[in-house]
Design a protein around this ligand. Structure first.
Ligand code: NAP
Length: 334
């Protein structure tokens, strides 16, 4: 991939600085589409991609509901196409991670480990991360039997027994995906009713490899070198038991990646960036797009739509600022 790798120095010294009219944080569908629109407006956007090009889309195998691809499209291919289209108009993708921002004055400042970027307008498209169970063993066994991505890790569980935690669309969709590899997939849900869409429920109930454990939570993940089992508690009866298992897939929702902006932007009680007019944050000139500001729709198409809107609003904002500056310089020289 033709990335410019940011200088990931460990000394913490900021060695270089660069300015762009628009800096975009994140390279999921929202960031990619914002980059395309800003580039088409000749605003030379810089995209700091974050750790994962494509964001959460890169954790999916295939996208079946993005318009224009009646047969579906492999997620990696869609990401590459988004990127190529934005690059065609001059967007620059830099594989680097923002570690600090200062939104108190313009130009806004974004620091990474080795670079400082300044921007006249900022588009935040940092997405969300899988919510953690926060039980003993989860952290220790992540990558050794605990996973948040069936597409990435399902293959390692060929002919093994796995549990899926959660009762939403993700749990069922990923559980169904895991049946390709696993001998048995047991879905452990804390209630006795699923949150997932009816068509997914129908598929899961009918699948011979899928079983359900209701009203139950995982209280501990057990193992030595790798996961060997889980401790379960029935929330109705209080009964606890151990269940031998080879893998634990956790799909219990997401948390927005907004730590960087706490105290600088208005966030809602769950930590999502508050927006007005779809993409305007509490700081003029800072826009938010995609899941970081959208707990409701969370689709590739809606995130892409927000990315486009954010770039258009950023363009309007920059034009207004330029007009104001022109007016004030005319006044001061008059
Ligand atoms: P979600 O809808 O928020 O579901 C999370 C599930 O995890 C719920 O069943 C919840 O239980 C359970 N849960 C939450 N915290 C838990 C905890 N600490 N311990 C045990 N269980 C816990 O999340 P999602 O499935 O990731 O879906 C998020 C959004 O993306 C939804 O709007 C969904 O429709 C959308 N989505 C759509 C598709 C699709 O269209 N194909 C695919 C994936 C996701 P409760 O039910 O008891 O609250």
């Amino acid at each position: 991939m033709d990335f410019k790798i940011g200088d990931l120095g460990t000394s913490g010294t900021q060695s270089a600085a660069e300015h762009a009219p628009i800096v975009i944080l994140g390279s999921g569908p929202a960031g990619m589409t914002a980059a395309l629109y800003a580039a088409r407006d000749e605003l030379s956007p810089i995209v700091l991609t974050g750790m994962e090009l494509g964001g959460q889309v890169s954790l999916t195998e295939s996208i079946e509901n993005y318009p224009g691809f009646p047969e579906g499209i492999p997620a990696q291919e869609l990401i590459e196409r988004f990127k190529a289209q934005a690059e065609r108009f001059g967007a620059r993708f830099i594989m680097d991670v923002a570690t600090q921002v200062d939104l108190s004055q313009r130009p806004f400042v974004v620091k990474t480990y080795g670079m400082t970027y300044t921007a006249d307008a900022l588009i935040i498209a940092t997405g969300a991360s899988p919510r953690k169970l926060e039980v003993p063993g989860e952290k220790e066994f992540t990558g050794r039997g605990v996973s948040y991505c069936a597409t990435c890790d399902g293959w390692f569980f060929k002919d093994k027994n796995v549990i899926v935690v959660g009762g939403g669309d993700s749990a069922l969709e990923e559980g169904l995906f895991l049946t390709r590899y696993a001998k048995k997939v047991t879905i452990v849900h804390r209630r006795d009713q699923l949150r997932a869409q009816p068509f997914l429920q129908k598929q899961a109930f009918a699948h011979p490899k899928i079983e359900f454990i209701w009203n139950t939570v995982v209280t501990e993940i057990l193992g030595d070198e790798a996961v060997k089992g889980v401790r379960l508690r029935n929330v109705k009866t209080g009964e606890e038991r151990e269940m031998p298992i080879d893998g634990v897939f956790i799909f219990i929702g997401h948390v927005p990646n907004t730590d960087l902006f706490k105290g600088q932007l208005e966030l809602d009680e769950r930590g999502y960036i508050k927006v007005q007019g779809w993409v305007k944050t509490s700081v003029p000139g800072v826009f938010a797009a995609g899941e970081v500001a959208d707990p409701r729709y969370r689709q590739v198409i809606t995130s892409a739509g927000m990315g486009a809107a954010a770039a258009i609003e950023a363009r309007h904002f920059l034009a207004e600022q330029a007009e104001k500056e022109a007016t004030s310089s005319t006044v001061s020289t008059a």
